[in-house]
Design a protein around this ligand. Structure first.
Ligand code: WT7
Length: 647
């Protein structure tokens, strides 16, 4: 554990929204009287009808219910667009940087308003009404922002599916959300290569019961795609028929805003449901304080809008604050490994928010590709998605930030809507590798396996003891699953699924997932999902998937596969299985290592002992622990002998 401490530079404590004293004071106030604190901060957005009730939440077993500002009405698109028009109509809302560095454009708040209204009118013309779900399967182009805000404007619920997901994954999300409409593009463009989005939608269509009603296709590359009459329409044709004016519908604070599917330890991905007002208040306040956002700042979050980071910190938080937000279509290594830093110089980016996996992969190419750029505009760096190892932190700080820029290591989840544990740049002394302290209103606790609350310096399971406005409200269509997943492990607490250490200064160090979820390059993957993809292959009889430490991805996917009788292991089959999983789920689920195992370690009752499989995958089999309860202890010797991660 690194114990280096970086003090807050005085330039930061002087000018930031919060210095340490202010943080302490606001934090204490937010915990002492959440009603009062959030009652005041609710005013940071515009209301059509003001709320009189602030917090009405219960984590009680069997009766979990979360409501914030429940009698107020507002509209998210109004808050992210319309209300800025008077003061900053000509200010850039979105800087779009294409995959090809020769392609970029800026969209002002006034232009954004017109585009969102047009998109909303196109959706309405195709029958979308308040409460309907709309699946968005788009690349990182401005139309993704227009489409999301258009849904918010008319009260439709968007479900964005990351463009890297396969037709199967897309189909199950369309079906689960019961979306009649899918918005896509002809093709995506990443690193100079095209992604066949429309073709994937066509394949997904065949797997959705009853098919997809309408497919709206945005022209991105001009690639040749088949359009099916009666189902598929070009967005530009439809947009030409509608007006650039569309009223923002009055929404209740607790009306759904969006669904976002995320992997858990069991079963198929869950539709995480976020609602209107609390989510917007929470993303706006965190964007302001965590990134110390001030008018005029150029802010860049490198996530994809297909993930929650893109929702909360490319779109909703920044736009609610009237910020200029950069949207990048490409990848960090195209056309060269200096791309991130070139984009920073090109657009004079002040705040840069990315994932540890990107830092680690760029570290490998050395300092020169970074140092040859200026990065003089940079003031603040951020990290999200997985634990950042101190080496990567130090490199990010020294090489990218020239030792000048604080780093905010922000811990949160799809479920939390926004950042929960994080430094504030003007307030928090930094320790590389620690997400440091809770944001306003957040009550983290560390529990042992029995549910006892641990005090002081300790390590255990991370829970949050009370609600905050950005919290998810339910699993779409399955409130019981919501309660079982997050509130059944420990009564009256939200269980995060993460482990954490807390040091003597009260700083939190996230140690990673304690459930069967693995974090690959900052993306969450349920081991059960990869296993069910593997066993769907005709040669496979059984599969068990675990994570193992990976230098760049954080965790890699390690699959133990038992073949059907008569099948024999081969390199070709190994490749085929990797391709099979990619095809079933998407490239992010590709196993890194596959071990053909004649048998898996099971208890006498038939339960696979994952603890043992994890240890072997980590190449740490000296510490296997008790194997005496295994039905056949001999299988372990074979597993060790043929392990794939000999280090
Ligand atoms: C899981 C949530 C939060 C948006 C992106 C991922 C891990 C996230 C950190 C961090 C250590 C982190 C946790 C969490 N995680 N941020 N700063 N330090 N771990 O969202 O896909 O819902 O994944 O990502 O394990 O539970 P997600």
């Amino acid at each position: 554990m690194s114990e280096t401490i970086y003090d807050v530079p005085s330039a930061w404590s002087d000018k930031a929204w919060a210095n340490d004293a202010r943080y302490q004071e606001m934090y204490a106030a937010s915990i002492k009287d959440p009603e009062k604190f959030w009652g005041e901060h609710g005013k940071r957005i515009d209301w059509f009808k003001p709320y009189t009730r602030v917090k009405n939440t219960s984590f009680e077993p069997g009766k979990v219910s979360i409501k914030w500002y429940e009698d107020g009405t507002t509209n998210v698109a109004h808050n992210c667009v319309d209300r800025h028009l008077a003061k900053r109509g000509d200010q850039t809302a979105i800087i779009w940087e294409g995959d090809n560095p020769a392609e970029s454009k800026v969209i002002t708040y006034r232009e954004l308003h017109a585009e969102v209204c047009k998109f909303a009118n196109v959706l309405k013309a195709h029958g979308v009404e308040k409460g309907d779900r709309v699946t968005i399967y788009l690349p990182m182009i401005p139309e993704a922002a227009y489409a999301m805000l258009a849904c918010a404007r008319i009260g439709a619920v968007h479900s964005v599916v990351f463009g890297g997901f396969s037709p199967d994954s897309l189909a199950s999300r369309i079906e689960d959300s019961d979306s009649k409409i899918v918005v896509t593009a002809d093709e995506g463009l990443r690193g100079g290569r095209t992604v066949p989005l429309k073709k994937n939608v066509d394949s997904a269509n065949d797997k959705v019961k009853g098919g997809i009603g309408t497919v709206i296709v945005v022209r991105r590359t001009g690639g040749n795609v088949a359009m099916q009459a009666g189902r598929d329409v070009w967005y530009h044709d439809e947009a030409a028929k509608v007006s650039a004016d569309c009223p923002a519908v009055e929404m209740n604070a607790e009306d759904p805003l969006f669904l976002l599917y995320t992997s858990g330890s069991t079963g198929k991905p869950k539709g995480v449901l976020h609602t209107t007002a609390g989510y917007l208040v929470y993303t706006a306040i965190t964007h302001q304080y965590v990134f110390d956002y001030h008018d005029g700042d150029i802010y860049w979050c490198t996530a994809d809008v297909g993930w929650v980071t893109g929702h909360s910190y490319i779109l909703y938080g920044p736009l609610a604050n009237g910020a200029t937000t950069l949207m990048f279509e490409g990848i960090p290594t195209y056309p060269s490994i200096s791309r991130f830093w070139e984009v920073i110089d090109k657009h004079k980016v002040n705040t840069f928010y990315t994932a540890p996996t990107a830092i680690r992969s760029l570290m490998g190419a050395g300092e020169e590709p970074v140092k040859k750029t200026s990065r003089a505009s940079l003031r603040l760096l951020g990290s999200v998605g997985e634990p950042i190892n101190p080496e990567a932190w130090e490199w990010y700080h020294r090489v990218v930030g020239d030792r000048r820029c604080p780093i905010v290591d922000t811990w949160w989840q799809t479920e939390t809507g926004g950042i929960l544990i994080t430094p504030l740049p003007g307030a928090t002394r930094l320790k590389p590798g620690s997400a440091t302290r809770p944001f306003f209103g957040i009550r983290p606790e560390i529990l042992d396996a029995e549910g006892k609350v641990l005090e002081g310096a300790c390590e255990g399971n991370l829970v949050i003891a009370d609600s905050w406005p950005g919290q998810m409200r339910t699993v779409y269509g399955d409130h019981q699953r919501f309660m079982d997943t997050y509130f059944a492990t420990y009564a009256n607490k939200y269980f995060t699924g993460d482990g954490s250490r807390r040091d003597a200064d009260g700083y939190y160090w996230i140690t990673g997932r304690v459930d069967d979820v693995i974090n690959v390059s900052g993306h969450r993957m349920g081991t059960a999902e990869v296993e069910s993809a593997l066993v769907a292959h005709p040669s496979v009889s059984e599969a068990a998937v675990v994570g193992y430490p990976h230098d760049i991805k954080g965790q890699g996917i390690y699959a133990y596969v038992t073949l059907m009788t008569g099948e024999s292991p081969s390199e070709d089959l190994r490749k085929e299985l990797v391709a099979y999983v990619r095809n079933e789920i998407g490239p992010i689920a590709s196993p890194d290592l596959i071990q053909f195992a004649p048998g898996l370690p099971k208890t006498r009752s038939g339960k696979i002992m994952r603890r043992i499989l994890r240890k072997i995958a980590e190449d740490e089999f000296g510490a296997l622990g008790d194997t005496s309860t295994l039905a056949d202890p001999a299988v372990v010797d074979d597993l060790i002998e043929n392990r794939q991660n000999k280090r």
